[in-house]
Design a protein around this ligand. Structure first.
Ligand SMILES: [Cu+2]
Length: 170
């Protein structure tokens, strides 16, 4: 009998651990990358696609390499490309949401070190589900000059060497 109860306790323990693990966000991340910086550059963008199994909101981002990290949206207003911080980004169930140059992106500002090509930086994403529960996902994001597989587009859009000079006001 003692053995039997011992095993039961172990099984319960394993079950409890399994439950805790199930609260991790079910989000598929594809193609994460952050734009490499040049010396003196204080801000850059990070990009990826996210697909949430259940509806979630991306509600925050942080990285030890950045003093400030925000979720941004970039879009044309008339003839002017404007960028603004979003409090959160909706991730509808099963729908792939792209963060890419010229659109949604993660903005890394007040960089504490240059982002060197072919290194990796840690980035933590925070999600909130429909019940208001938050969870985090830690990523290791490759630092690249351009989107993986994309043709070279130097200086265009967000993240060129001067791309965020105008952006530091906030
Ligand atoms: Cu931005």
């Amino acid at each position: 009998m003692k053995t039997f109860f011992g095993r039961t306790a172990l099984l319960l323990g394993a079950f409890a651990l399994g439950s805790a693990g199930a609260q991790a966000p079910a989000v598929k991340i594809d193609g994460p990358w952050a734009r490499a910086t040049v010396p003196g550059q204080k801000g850059t963008g990070a990009f990826m696609t996210l697909t949430a199994a259940q509806g979630l909101r991306l509600a925050g981002v942080s990285s030890p390499v950045a003093g400030v990290a925000e979720i941004h949206e970039m879009k044309m207003e008339g003839d002017v490309m404007r960028m603004r911080a979003l409090p959160a980004l909706e991730l509808p169930a099963g729908k792939t949401v792209a963060l890419r140059p010229g659109g949604y992106h993660l903005m890394l500002m007040d960089l504490k070190q240059p982002l060197v090509r072919d290194t990796q930086i840690p980035v933590t994403l925070r999600f909130v589900d429909a019940q208001g529960r938050s969870s985090e996902l830690q990523l290791s994001v490759p630092v690249l000059l351009n989107a993986p597989g994309a043709s070279v587009q130097s200086g265009s859009g967000h993240g060129g060497p001067t791309g965020h000079g105008s952006h530091r006001s906030h």
